[in-house]
Design a protein around this ligand. Sequence first.
Ligand code: SF4
Ligand code: SF4
Length: 394
Amino acid sequence: MTNKKELLAIADSCVKCGICSPHCPTYTHTQNENESPRGRIALIQAWAGGNLNVTGNLLEHIDNCLLCRACEKSCPAVVPYAKLIDDFRAEMHSEISSPLSVKMVKNFAENKRIQGWTKSLLTLYQQKNLQKTARFLHLPQILGLGKLERLIPNFQESQTLKNYYPAKNDVKGDVGLFIGCMGELFDFETVNAAITVLTHSGFNVHLPESQACCGALALHEGDAKTAKNLAAQNQAAFTNENLQAIITIASGCGSTLKDYALKVVDISYFLSQFEFDLKPLATNIRVHSPCTLKNVLKTDKSVLTLLKQIPEANISVLPDTTQCCGAAGTYSLRHDNMAQTLLNELLETALEKPADYLVSSNIGCALHIAAGLRERGENLQVVHPIVLIAQQLK
Ligand code: SF4
Ligand code: SF4
């Protein structure tokens, strides 16, 4: 556990220039210094220096941070902002309470047995029209689960995944595929597409059964112990020395995994080095760059490089000034107003140009954005870029 001295040393590395503030979504929308990166650092600095007590206000300002890391990317002093916030939240873990929906997501992420039950329950919930009835009776809202329930996509039962998929063409090597806690249940389309494209590209794909959640949810909730256990499980699962890379299909997972596992690489970045023979797709595609892809992994440009290989596709990336969509792990379940404000802004930008697809490389963002589009009655389909590549393979 980090001590106050270490937190103080990190906070002291901030020179208070404020260059980060205009990049911060919470500061942009509140114009409150306590809701800016510099303000949050100053609050932690004061607490760690013994000049500020822990109060509800202090915890709230830190909790309001999305951990989008736009500040970190723009900081000339390279302040490790996310580490400061994660470590502070870990110090405060016993003081922080979470709503039921957040507890449910966290339990789901950390427990494979719960993932199995959820799969059966969700299949029943959607296939037997229970969802329609529950929504009509406002049951999710009554149970305090309205925000979580709206994220459930039109659920398709996934097939059982194998541990190994051999290359379909000249073998280039072996890779591990990290599917995280969400992949099999909520993003099977992307998992399938990743296996298709990787095996087509000449890679033997390994999916160790013992892989676990990346630990991001636990880490950002201040549950350092669980995050550490999950990291150890993943390190043990991907020990195969023959693996050239551990491929991630969700940039949120990738940005956490890369802190404790070597060879972690986002799938679009990995595949952008290869040329594909693709069928034309005469359509408009908008590209959303998740914060974790552009601010942490910093490989957002590779999505464009990859998609540009699709003949006749008209691709436009959302402007660089587009801020976090508000999903941010479990943030949207805790901070409905800010999450909805940020989502609305993003949707308005995305819908400025007509398009059939909006690609996003992070399942958390994709579910949040897709829910917003469904509620607006928009037909824009949210998919992972690799789904389009798999779909267009000749
Ligand atoms: S991580 Fe994002 S929300 Fe948090 S202070 Fe930095 S820019 Fe603001
Ligand atoms: S840009 Fe960096 S050094 Fe400047 S105020 Fe922000 S965190 Fe501090």
